[in-house]
Ligand binder design. Structure first.
Ligand code: IMP
Ligand code: MG
Length: 179
């Protein structure tokens, strides 16, 4: 798999130490609150699994599924969101754990949905942030790393459903998609 990577941006060790810092910060922030970490499927699952183990206060784990329709036939920003009927958002402080904030449409849709369901507060935590691509009026409350406008894979991020299992984050070689 390493062959499809043009350049490694963040190694496994760098990610681990940044996630540990975020975990310490979140443990202080949410101490004593009815706290939920909500991973966004599928890309946010890997980060979410590491993040919860870097947090040392009690929390509830849940997942939400979101995908954006980025083809030409649907308006930009149209995001499909689905979450478990067994989960109650009302009265809880929810932290969304996501792989990347790019245009921001996905996080905005997920956040609005959880607030509509009655969450007391909804904050967002992304391992990556591409600030130059933002369209929606939203900023992530917690960010692992800012990155330039490059297409990256690994640590949950995919290209055509592949490479999510790379333990590091790297720029995907253009050869892979400019065939
Ligand atoms: P947004 O709604 O544009 O912020 O899109 C966020 C989603 O787009 C993320 O959850 C990813 O699934 C996907 N995405 C954005 N940039 C990248 C990238 O560089 N690599 C892989 N997926 C990306
Ligand atoms: Mg995603």
């Amino acid at each position: 798999m390493d062959k499809v990577i043009e350049r490694v941006l963040f190694t496994e060790e760098q990610i681990k130490s940044r996630v540990a810092e975020l975990g310490r910060q979140l443990s202080r922030e949410y101490e004593g609150k009815d706290f939920v970490v909500m991973g966004v499927l599928r890309g946010g699952a890997v980060f979410c699994a590491d993040l919860i183990r870097a947090i040392d206060i009690p929390l509830e784990l849940s997942f939400i599924e979101a995908s954006s329709y980025k083809d030409a036939t649907t308006p930009q920003g149209d995001v499909w969101v689905s979450y478990s009927k067994d989960f109650t958002a009302a009265g809880k402080h929810i932290l969304i754990a996501e792989d990347i904030i790019d245009t921001g449409h996905t996080l905005k849709a997920v956040k609005e949905r959880l607030l509509k369901e009655g969450a007391l507060s909804v904050k967002t935590c992304c391992i990556l942030n591409k600030p130059s691509r933002r369209q929606a009026n939203i900023t992530a409350d917690y960010v692992g790393f800012d990155i330039p406008d490059e297409f990256v894979v690994g640590y949950g991020l995919d290209y055509a459903s592949k490479y999510r299992n790379l333990p590091y984050i790297g720029i995907l070689s253009r050869k892979v998609y400019e065939k």
